[in-house]
Design a protein around this ligand. Structure first.
Ligand code: PGA
Length: 225
């Protein structure tokens, strides 16, 4: 099965630096085999620019958050209605940075999952190892099997201290008990050197820092399969 490689740009990049990234990435596309599904999740203001190149460069478009509400009076929130025609395929939901800095609750995340599914967007639900059962329990039963679940240990995010592969394997088992037979990704300080260890035990990776440099991200994609 194709490995899923998701680049999460977080709140980085401008129009200009996104253009440079796309230009640099385009020089490596011919080196990829067809056995990885690549997703780039830029900040909302860059969706249109990055999405415009997605088909040509062989990646899908992702978002890093989504409103749990429909279109309406929700200042600052981005609803599925706003995203129509932008070609968004995946949504990173419940990232630990959203839970920590924006106080997102399991209930909020469940609402976002429901919105994504109703719009045909695949939810990439980030979970915490200590709360897998309660985070799964908050999500509607018939939505669980439609999620891709991402295991990102807090200590590994942006620290260079990537998790032990044995631990990732164990947590993947726990995720399957709670969510069923879903795709599972690992995230946390993955790079082109260590990605191959993780794609042996899970279905792909969520990549932060190493996705910001197009050449490093391209190398990561090549080494992931
Ligand atoms: P990192 O971030 O690769 O920089 O550790 C991963 C993530 O938070 O998605």
């Amino acid at each position: 099965m194709k490995k899923l490689i998701v680049g999460n740009w977080k709140s980085n990049k401008t129009i200009e630096s996104s253009r440079s990234w796309l230009e640099s990435f385009s020089q490596h596309v011919s080196e990829f085999e067809d056995n990885a599904e690549i997703v780039i999740a830029p900040p909302f203001p860059l969706l249109s620019l990055v999405g415009g190149q997605a088909a040509g460069l062989g990646f899908k478009l992702g978002i890093q958050d989504l409103s749990q509400f429909d279109a309406g009076s929700y200042t600052g929130a981005v609803s599925i209605h706003n995203l129509q025609d932008l070609g968004v395929s995946y949504a990173i939901l419940g990232h630990s940075e959203r839970r920590r800095y924006f106080r997102e609750t399991d209930h909020d995340v469940a609402g976002k999952v429901a919105q994504a599914i109703s719009a045909g967007i695949v939810p990439l639900v980030c979970i915490d190892e200590s709360y897998i059962s309660s985070q799964a329990a908050a999500i509607e039963d018939d939505h669980l099997s439609q999620c891709v679940v991402v295991y990102e240990p807090l200590a590994a995010i942006g620290t260079g201290d990537n998790a032990d592969v044995g631990n990732v394997k164990e947590v993947a088992e726990k995720i399957r008990l709670a969510f069923g037979d879903v795709k599972i990704l690992y995230g946390g300080s993955t790079n082109s050197q260590n990605v191959g260890e993780y794609t042996l035990v899970v279905d792909g990776v969520l990549v932060g820092t190493a996705s910001l440099d197009a050449k490093e991200f391209a190398k990561l994609v090549i080494n992931a399969v």
